[in-house]
Design a binder for this molecule. Structure first.
Ligand code: GSH
Length: 123
C-alpha cells in the first residue's frame, strides 16, 4: 500500500509538472495589490495530495503567491493546523483578515473562494 501510494504520488507530481498551467498576467500595480492580499493567506498541504495539487494549480492559474506549509514534513505546520483548524486534513487555507483567522477546508471551497476573491482583479 505504501509503495502504491508512493507511485501514485510520483505520477501526480510528474503530470502536474508536465502540464503546469500558465499564470494570468496582471499589470504590475494590480499584481502588487493581489500580492498584498495573498500575504495574509497560507495553504496547509501535502506535496503529493491530489486535492492539494488541484488547489496549487488553481493558485498558479491565478498567479497567486500564497505561502504553502507542508503539514506532513513540518511538525510545526502540522501542529499549527491541528491547533488552529481543529483537524489534520489538507488542503486547508488559513485566512487572516483584520486580526481574525479563519481555517477553510475542502479543495472545492478553497478554489471557489480564491476565484471569487481574485479573478476579478486579473487584467
Ligand atoms: N474532500 C477533501 C478531501 C481531502 C483529503 O482527503 N485529504 C487527505 C490527503 S489527500 C487528508 O488530509 N487525509 C488526512 C491525513 O492524511 O491525515 C478535499 O477535497 O479537500
Amino acid at each position: 500500500m505504501v509503495i502504491v501510494r508512493a507511485i501514485l504520488g510520483a505520477l501526480i507530481l510528474f503530470f502536474d509538472w508536465v502540464f503546469t498551467p500558465k499564470g494570468v498576467k496582471r499589470e504590475a500595480d494590480a499584481q502588487n495589490k493581489v500580492n498584498e492580499q495573498t500575504a495574509a493567506l497560507a495553504l496547509y498541504q501535502y506535496k503529493a495530495c491530489p486535492f492539494c495539487v488541484k488547489v496549487r494549480r488553481s493558485m498558479k492559474r491565478q498567479s497567486l503567491d500564497i505561502e504553502t506549509r507542508d503539514a506532513k514534513r513540518s511538525d510545526a505546520s502540522r501542529e499549527e493546523l491541528l491547533q488552529g483548524g481543529g483537524k489534520l486534513k489538507v488542503p486547508c487555507l488559513r485566512i487572516e483578515d483584520k486580526g481574525e483567522v479563519r481555517w477553510m477546508y475542502e479543495s472545492k471551497e478553497i478554489i471557489n473562494y480564491l476565484e471569487n476573491r481574485f479573478t476579478a482583479n486579473a487584467a
